[in-house]
Every structure is written in structure tokens, then in C-alpha cells.
Design a protein around this ligand. Structure first.
Ligand code: PGA
Length: 253
């Protein structure tokens, strides 16, 4: 059985290298636990070296985006740079980047580029608003299809993962996150869309993670029986003790 997956999305935190160092030190203390998972940490790029030096034997380094630019462009971080730091996974299409104007077409180009370069794309999808009549499913279907449109029906998806992150559930407290029942329905729906797009065997093997206000209080319920393979965690990944508690729910029997 494949290990559960846990991805820490530090976003633009912590606010200094010394705070990042102290967070890493706390995380290292729990490395025996994290070795039981497939753990990845996506820090801000200036902390790449710090993180990759310290966690190399129990976690992978992830980026929060990747650049499509192949020529010269001030401020961009290219795939070659990411790879030279040992980045193995790239979060692509996070809703906070989509809010800045990133389109699903761009997401799909980034996914293709990542796969070609041997980096695992963790493709974020999720509706902006939840609709009790189920209309958000149509949004989700369109977004998934467009975000993976650069891949052919027989594409090798063995290195692709989906993070289902409803934008409305991000950055809240546990009680405002998605309910386990709604999550199970979304996971079934996402799987169906993937089966429509790719071969069944391939589509069924793609891991689906959940992200959006995952905290120790709701992690167990969101993980058990909902069909997800793990979590993409934002604010809770900045608090070592709470992050450890989320990790424990993924490995407890
Ligand atoms: P959150 O963020 O856990 O703080 O809701 C998740 C994410 O945006 O990836």
C-alpha cells in the first residue's frame, strides 16, 4: 500500500530565515513519524536551500509554482533553477495564483512542462463557491478538463497528483472546512472526470489530496473513508505541533 501523502504549503511564510530555521528544527524532531509518510515541504524559494539541506532524508522539496518562461524574464524562477535545488514536486494552479490571473490553459502548460522535466505536478483544482444544488460540479469539471488539456488520453500520469482545494474553504478554521460527506462526493466526481479524460487504469491511480483548513480537529474525519490519499496543508504546516498531529491522523490505524 502506498504511503499517505502530506504536503506543507508554507506560502509566503515564515517571515524570516531565522523563523524558517526554527520551524525546520521542530519538524526534524518528528522525522521518525514523517518517514512513515510521503512528506513534501513547499517553502518560499529563498528558503529552498535551508529546507533541502535539513530534511533531505525524510521529506521532498516542493515548489509553489514553476515558470513557463524560457527566455529572460526578471523575477521568474525557472525549472532548471528549481531542479538544481532538488525540487521534486511543483504545486501548480493554486487558487491564490489563479486569483492573480493564472488561467487553466497556463496551468495545463505548466503541468506538461513539469511532467517532461521529471517533476511531479500537484495540480490544484477547486470551486470558488459551494453550491448546495451541486452547480459547483460543473465549474470543477471545466476547470479540471482545461487544467489538464495539454495531456493526451494515453498520457503517463504515474507522476501526477491532484489537490482538491475548494477556494472557499482555504485559510479558515477547522469548523468552516468542507464536510467529509461533501468531500467524498467531490472525490468521486473528480475521479469520474479523470476517467472520462484518460484511460481508466491511469485515471484511477492518480492520487487525490484535499486542502483547505485542514487542522488536527478535522483531519481524521476528512481522511477516513473519503477516498483521498492525503493533505495539502497551509497554515497548520507553520505550527510544528499541529502539523505533527495532522500527520499522525494519516498513519493511525
Ligand atoms: P490552508 O491552506 O490549509 O491554510 O487552508 C491550504 C492551501 O491553500 O494550500
Amino acid at each position: 500500500m502506498a504511503k499517505p501523502i502530506l504536503v506543507a504549503n508554507w506560502k509566503n511564510h515564515p517571515s524570516s530565515i531565522s523563523e524558517a530555521e526554527s520551524l525546520i528544527k521542530k519538524i526534524i524532531k518528528d522525522r521518525a513519524l514523517y518517514k512513515k509518510l510521503s512528506l513534501a515541504i513547499a517553502p518560499p524559494a529563498p528558503y529552498f536551500e535551508l529546507v533541502s539541506d535539513r530534511v533531505g532524508n525524510f521529506a521532498k522539496l516542493a515548489s509553489q509554482d514553476l515558470s513557463l518562461v524560457s527566455g529572460t524574464r526578471t523575477g521568474e524562477v525557472t525549472l532548471d533553477i528549481l531542479k538544481s535545488f532538488g525540487v521534486r514536486i511543483a504545486i501548480i494552479g493554486h487558487s491564490e495564483r489563479r486569483n492573480l490571473g493564472e488561467s487553466s490553459e497556463e496551468v495545463s502548460q505548466k503541468v506538461r512542462l513539469a511532467l517532461r522535466s521529471g517533476i511531479t505536478p500537484l495540480v490544484c483544482v477547486g470551486e470558488e463557491d459551494f453550491d448546495t444544488d451541486g452547480e459547483h460540479f460543473e465549474f470543477l469539471r471545466r476547470q479540471i478538463k482545461q487544467s489538464l488539456s495539454s495531456l493526451g488520453r494515453r498520457a503517463d500520469l504515474s507522476r501526477l497528483a491532484i489537490a482538491y482545494e475548494p477556494a472557499w474553504a482555504i485559510g479558515k478554521r477547522a469548523k468552516n472546512a468542507m464536510s467529509p460527506l461533501d468531500l467524498s462526493q467531490s472525490v468521486i466526481f473528480i475521479r469520474k472526470v479523470l476517467v472520462d479524460m484518460f484511460t481508466r487504469a491511469t485515471a484511477e491511480s492518480v492520487p487525490i489530496l484535499y486542502g483547505g483548513s485542514v487542522e488536527p480537529a478535522n483531519a481524521e474525519g476528512l481522511f477516513r473513508g473519503t477516498g483521498i490519499r492525503g493533505f495539502l496543508v497551509g497554515h497548520t504546516s507553520l505550527e510544528a505541533r499541529a502539523f505533527r498531529a495532522v500527520a499522525e491522523t494519516l498513519i493511525s490505524k
